[in-house]
Design a protein around this ligand. Structure first.
Ligand SMILES: Nc1ncnc2c1ncn2[C@@H]1O[C@H](COP(=O)(O)OP(=O)(O)OP(=O)(O)O)[C@@H](O)[C@H]1O
Ligand SMILES: [Mg+2]
Length: 267
């Protein structure tokens, strides 16, 4: 199984490539499990660049990104952080869940994401100019956005933004088949189940089931689980801890699995 097969959902591959060739940073937005990480891995292969992933969190400091002086064997030496190494290597640097990082940690990226394309290592007294093949890619899930966690316009407007979402049902079923090797009819039933919950979700306001959970359910099915058990464990159970909501969704899921079953069975 490869981790670089990516099923496109529009013009995002082309736009990503065009951004790369004009040395523009890219921002991917979209719900969990819709293919953001997979797209970046795919583009790394396509553009023949290594991908350096940095997961952002609120303790992440600019020193964690660019580097710091460290004591080794009695000497104090500057040690590049992952961002600096990625810049020097001309890699694709992928900052995952960038909205989790504090604004002051992200400020270091400003000079890298405008015409300067340079990283200012103030403490080391060094300026690192990004080589042509360096690219910065960030991602976040707008559903988690709150007034406390919001990217500044001065940050957002530096990026080519590619909004991502789940694939259309047929394509999503293709992904499930390709990833887990189950039968197409079974994959279509899982997708129908997710689609029904995503539609019902408008009333519930939780993060809808992703392509990721469909792939996980498909792996259980490939290992011998029934579709209902797999849907329960992988699609429904992670959605909500509220029993009443789960009961309602269980009916939606069972009905959609059965309906998809009937529609794919010749009479
Ligand atoms: N377009 C796609 N092409 C191929 N596989 C996909 C696609 N979208 C989702 N998948 C499958 O779903 C899984 C989850 O996708 P991925 O890790 O890219 O999600 P993500 O958007 O990065 O989620 P998160 O925000 O939680 O990190 C992948 O490992 C893959 O199996
Ligand atoms: Mg991801």
């Amino acid at each position: 199984m490869t981790t670089d097969t990516y099923y496109a959902n529009g013009n995002e591959v082309r736009l990503f490539e065009q951004a790369y060739h004009r040395r523009l940073p890219v921002m991917l937005t979209g719900p969990t499990g819709c293919g953001k990480t997979r797209l970046v891995e795919h583009m790394g292969v396509l553009l023949r660049r290594p991908v350096v992933t940095i997961s952002c969190h609120d303790d992440l400091t600019s020193s964690d990104l660019v580097g710091r002086f460290m004591v080794t064997g009695g000497d104090v030496v500057w040690t590049d952080g992952p961002l600096t190494r990625a810049v020097k290597d001309g890699a694709i640097c992928y900052l995952d869940e960038v909205v989790e990082a504090r604004h002051d940690s992200l400020a270091i990226l400003h000079s890298l994401t405008d015409h300067r394309r340079s990283l200012y290592l103030d403490r080391a007294g060094e300026v690192v100019e990004a080589p042509e093949d360096f690219m910065l890619v960030c991602s976040y899930n707008p559903a988690y956005r709150s007034s406390l966690k919001e990217l500044k316009p001065s940050f957002r407007q530096r990026f080519v933004t590619l909004p991502m979402n789940y694939l259309p049902p047929d394509r999503e079923a293709d992904v499930v088949v390709a990833e887990a090797g189950i039968e197409a009819a079974s994959a279509r039933r899982l997708v129908a189940c997710a689609t029904a919950i995503r539609t019902a979700d408008e009333a519930f306001h939780f993060e809808p089931p992703s392509t990721r959970v469909l792939v996980t359910a498909a792996h259980l099915i490939a290992a011998g689980a029934t579709e209902l058990d797999a849907a329960e464990a992988c699609i429904l159970a992670p959605l909500s801890t509220d029993g009443a909501i789960s009961d309602g969704l269980r009916e939606v899921a069972a009905a959609s699995l059965a309906a998809a079953d009937n529609s794919s069975t010749p009479h």
